[in-house]
Write a protein that binds this ligand. Sequence first.
Ligand code: SF4
Ligand code: SF4
Length: 119
Amino acid sequence: MARIAIISCKKIKDVTCVSCMKCFKGVKEKAGEFARYEGQEIEVVAMGDCGDCPGLVMPKLVLIHDLAGVYGREIDAIHLGTCMVRATTTAGCPLKLEELAAKIREKFNKEVIIGTHPW
Ligand code: SF4
Ligand code: SF4
């Protein structure tokens, strides 16, 4: 069982990427960055956004981490959504995803994957 959290771009989520249907499809089909979980069940434990520009990902993750403790939920890996990749590559997002991923790994000692669905 892979227990994951997905972090999205607040500007894109439910605006141009409606209702996170692409990530739910990706999880179901183990497509894109979810292919790494082939042979395992994927449980989406949390799905939050970046906290809006210029990106409040770290404080948001602290809250998610704390609430996961309160609710007795474990998170094995954190995915930075394909929406965040698109935001940084096509829309002037100020986040540096590689640096952010390294910070998250260091603070939370979790696997961090840049990207989610392939569409
Ligand atoms: S890439 Fe995934 S997390 Fe981001 S808005 Fe689209 S479906 Fe939601
Ligand atoms: S900081 Fe980046 S990921 Fe977050 S809302 Fe702004 S553009 Fe989207």
